[in-house]
Design a protein around this ligand. Structure first.
Ligand code: NAD
Length: 281
């Protein structure tokens, strides 16, 4: 895919959280082809460093920073380091996020006489639910508090959050993740309005079903065959397949490049093969 080269973000500093993960690692590598300077933030420094090295070896500019998006002081220290290394942030991509098994029910529907040891809604762990809400919602809000301050008044400044299909209609089994992503979509609109007078646009991408670390266990059994849940997803995706991380790129480039989207503010773009448009009938 060679579409990033058509965009020129030379001298822009792009901060990507969750940049060691499947989706944001790919997106960060592609963004580097726009000549932007990429700051890769992740709890997992090794994963982020690997992507920074790959970008550098291909002639791009990138640096990795170990960051916990839930620790304000840590984010502020990383912001200071990025400012010294690359300059202040122009574009923030809040990609860190995910679900947790402790906030996931075993059953899709409640029934009487469930098999013993079924983790139903009633057994969901408060700590697991807090973990998922915090990671997705606070993990978007706190980096925005830190980096948006520097973005005020900068030409082309914008924020892209990562929402989900769950934000439109919750998926079964994952109430905390669904609620947290709904909150991300809502927060995206809130930020778009809040920063509208100071030149920072804020939008989101809502990926449909892409295969990644986060959902592999839910989609494939130990032998790599699609689970019943995966087959349900495919049935409800009019295009009849899972998405590839590459297919998020066009929407991301459109949103971050103000030459294309200078009046686009507060939208959540589904990239989902028609999933959110389909009633199943
Ligand atoms: P991933 O698990 O591969 O990557 C997430 C990254 O975030 C990891 O590298 C992890 O180390 C990092 N991270 C976790 N906690 C962190 C913290 N406290 N501070 C900093 N970094 C932290 O996930 P992915 O599939 O690439 O998903 C990326 C984003 O896209 C997430 O927000 C996810 O919810 C969203 N999303 C994914 C899909 C999908 O199908 N994969 C669909 C919809 C939305």
């Amino acid at each position: 895919m060679n579409i990033a080269q058509n965009h020129n973000l030379k001298n822009k500093v792009v901060v990507v959280t969750g940049a060691g993960g499947v989706l944001c690692a790919f997106l960060a590598k592609e963004l580097a082809k726009t000549k932007a300077k990429i700051a890769l933030l992740d709890l997992n420094l090794e994963a982020a460093q690997k992507i920074a090295d790959e970008i550098s070896s291909e002639g791009g500019v990138a640096k990795a920073y170990q960051t916990n998006v839930l620790e304000l002081d840590n984010i502020k220290a990383v912001r200071d380091q990025i400012t010294a290394d690359l300059g202040t942030c122009d574009i923030l991509i809040n990609g860190a996020g995910g679900n947790n098994p402790k906030a996931t029910t075993d059953n899709e529907f409640h029934e009487v006489d469930l098999p013993e040891n079924t983790k139903s809604f009633f057994e969901l762990d408060k700590g697991g639910i807090e973990f998922v809400f915090n990671l997705n919602y606070l993990g978007t809000l706190l980096p925005t508090q830190v980096f948006a301050k520097d973005m005020i008044g900068k030409e082309g400044a914008n924020i892209v959050n990562i929402s989900s299909m769950n934000a439109f209609t919750p998926l079964t089994k994952i109430p905390a993740y669904s609620g947290a992503k709904a909150a991300i979509s809502n927060f995206t609109q809130w930020l778009a309005v809040y920063f509208s007078k100071v030149g920072i646009r804020c939008n989101a991408i809502a990926p449909g079903f892409l295969v990644s670390n986060q959902n592999r266990g839910l989609l494939f059994d130990s032998e790599g065959n699609p689970t019943a849940r995966a087959n349900k997803i495919l049935t409800n995706t009019p295009m009849g397949r899972f998405g590839e991380p590459e297919e998020l790129l066009g929407a991301l480039l459109f949103l971050v490049d103000s030459q294309y989207s200078s009046f686009v503010n507060g939208v959540i773009i589904p990239v989902d093969g028609g999933f959110s448009a389909y009633s199943g009938v």
